[in-house]
Design a protein around this ligand. Structure first.
Ligand SMILES: *Cc1c(COP(=O)(O)O)cnc(C)c1O
Length: 226
């Protein structure tokens, strides 16, 4: 399926007008497709799998900002730490510690988002509010100088039912606003990563600053997702 350039240009215009960042989710898509959007001006791309990202990144221009949006295993952080722009999917203090360790090795301060559990339809990755509190308490005890928590990420239930999704987005927006007050050397909330191809407009109504869009730009994914 070819890249939908018209959809890209229209979406980009719409998001620019609202000050929302577009992350083009290129998982399972070839390097050639990414380059097509790159040549139209796109710089933020999102990937879900460490191996795939580590394979693709060296083949592509170095000014691409790579967003890691999939579930991240601790033992794989080292492969992306030297170059990743933002990790959206931190869901455990132990993972944050590993990101900190790898960031310090490469002399970086790595920006991350905390992935929150907001879906009610099915189980997805993410922190509950209690787990969030525990993570922040851990961070207060053991300050990590190699990471900066820049906000939150969430995935709504996989459904077309807008009335199911609204309260999930509202819940995350409320939590984001409450915890944004908490500023420390490690924590400075500016980014709310919420919304995909099917629900990004609704997500923006609930305060999303960054949407992660794949199929609308690259067509449906035929490969089975891991
Ligand atoms: C695949 C994926 C997206 C993009 O989904 P589309 O429906 O194709 O826009 C966004 N966020 C995450 C975390 C994903 O895994």
């Amino acid at each position: 399926m070819p890249v939908n350039k018209e959809a890209y240009l229209q979406l980009k215009k719409e998001l620019d007008a609202k000050g929302v960042t577009l992350v083009a989710v290129s998982k399972t898509k070839p390097v050639a497709d990414i380059l097509e959007l790159y040549h139209l001006g796109q710089r933020d791309f999102g990937e879900n799998y460490v191996q795939e990202l580590a394979d693709k990144a060296p083949q592509l221009p170095h000014d691409i900002r790579w967003h890691f949006i999939g579930h991240l295993q601790r033992n794989k952080v080292k492969y992306i730490a030297p170059f990743v722009h933002l990790i959206h999917s931190v869901d455990a203090f132990s993972l944050l510690q590993e990101i900190n360790k790898q960031a310090e090795k490469t002399n970086r301060i790595l920006p991350v988002l905390l992935q929150m559990y907001i879906a009610t339809e099915e189980s997805k990755f993410g922190l509950s509010e209690d787990e969030l509190k525990a993570l922040l308490a851990g961070l207060a005890d053991v300050p990590l100088h190699g990471v900066r928590i820049e906000g939150m990420m969430g995935m709504a239930s996989f459904t077309d039912d807008v009335e199911k999704i609204k309260p999930e987005f509202r819940f995350l927006q409320n939590m984001f606003q409450r915890y944004a007050a908490l500023k420390t050397s490690n924590i400075h909330f500016t980014q709310l990563s919420m919304g995909m191809s099917s629900d990004y407009q609704l997500a923006i109504e609930y305060g999303s600053t960054l949407v992660r869009i794949g199929s609308l730009l690259f067509g449906n994914r035929t490969t089975v997702e891991k």
